[in-house]
Design a binder for this molecule. Structure first.
Ligand code: SF4
Length: 253
């Protein structure tokens, strides 16, 4: 699908008035409703993990017309593309897809080849920057309010994630919400079952964190939920290295 062009609406002066304490104690549905006042300057930005799918369902049930934005690295699993189609049909929405800059991608492939992420940590980070972080930054340029599916139980790095925090991206402030930050896997499963939320079939194959093909693999019993990412680096890892860069901003969220 063609990348959605985004009209930048008038920026409402809401960041300064946001009561972070109140937002941090609000229920997920209330946070989504509050976010709705930002209009086109707010979006659920999701890679279609379970949390993102739940928030899309919550917004739909509440009649909220929030933008749904994703970064399509062009290396996603077939199942992820099929899930996007199912979600669009189920909720009658159009997902905005931000893809890598074609010229930057062409240069990277010409210089390093398609499988550069196997070579070294710096090359993997370069690939993630070209395919994920830069398109994500472009998406964030259209937003004042960034809604994510981060949860504290997803990795040790995310243990301090708050539901609402002001973050800086490219020298401008953004309000970042993680409405399900304090949800457990049991709460997630219960919501999905209760509302028949469409999720990726890859979870049934042992995946707990779903990103690009090859770079995401199923995990074994007892492993960290993000252990399946860049598995060939596991022997060297500290937990910080289990992030692609999209959520590394020093905010704890
Ligand atoms: S997860 Fe892998 S393929 Fe995807 S952007 Fe990062 S290094 Fe590249």
């Amino acid at each position: 699908m063609e990348e959605h062009s985004t009209e930048i609406a008038e920026k409402p002066d809401l960041l300064a008035s946001a009561d972070l304490d109140a937002l941090n104690s609000a229920a997920p549905e209330a946070l989504l409703e509050w976010a709705h006042q930002y209009g086109k300057r707010a979006a659920i930005v999701t890679s279609f993990q379970k949390s993102g799918c739940i928030m899309i369902d919550m917004a739909h049930r509440a009649g909220l017309t929030l933008r749904i934005v994703t970064v399509d690295t062009l290396r996603l699993h077939r199942e992820t593309y099929e899930l996007m189609d199912r979600i669009e049909q189920r909720y009658g929405i159009s997902i905005e897809r931000f893809t890598p800059d074609p010229e930057r991608l062409r240069q990277m492939l010409a210089q390093h080849g398609e499988f550069l992420f196997f070579d070294s940590r710096p090359k993997q980070e370069h690939c993630c920057w070209i395919r994920k972080v830069e398109p994500n930054n472009r998406a964030l340029q259209t937003l004042d309010l960034w809604i994510t599916g981060l949860r504290r139980d997803q990795s040790p790095h995310r243990i301090a994630a708050s539901k609402a925090a002001l973050v800086q991206r490219e020298n401008r402030p953004l309000l970042k919400l993680a409405p399900l930050a304090d949800w457990t896997e049991e709460q997630v499963s219960a919501y999905i079952a209760a509302h028949d939320v469409p999720i990726s079939p890859l979870y049934d194959q042992g995946y707990t964190s779903i990103g690009c093909m090859i770079c995401t693999t199923p995990i074994k019993p007892g492993e960290d939920k993000r252990a399946g990412r860049w598995r060939w680096f596991n022997q060297y890892e500290d937990d910080h290295k289990k992030e692609c860069g999209i959520h590394i901003d020093g905010s704890g969220i």
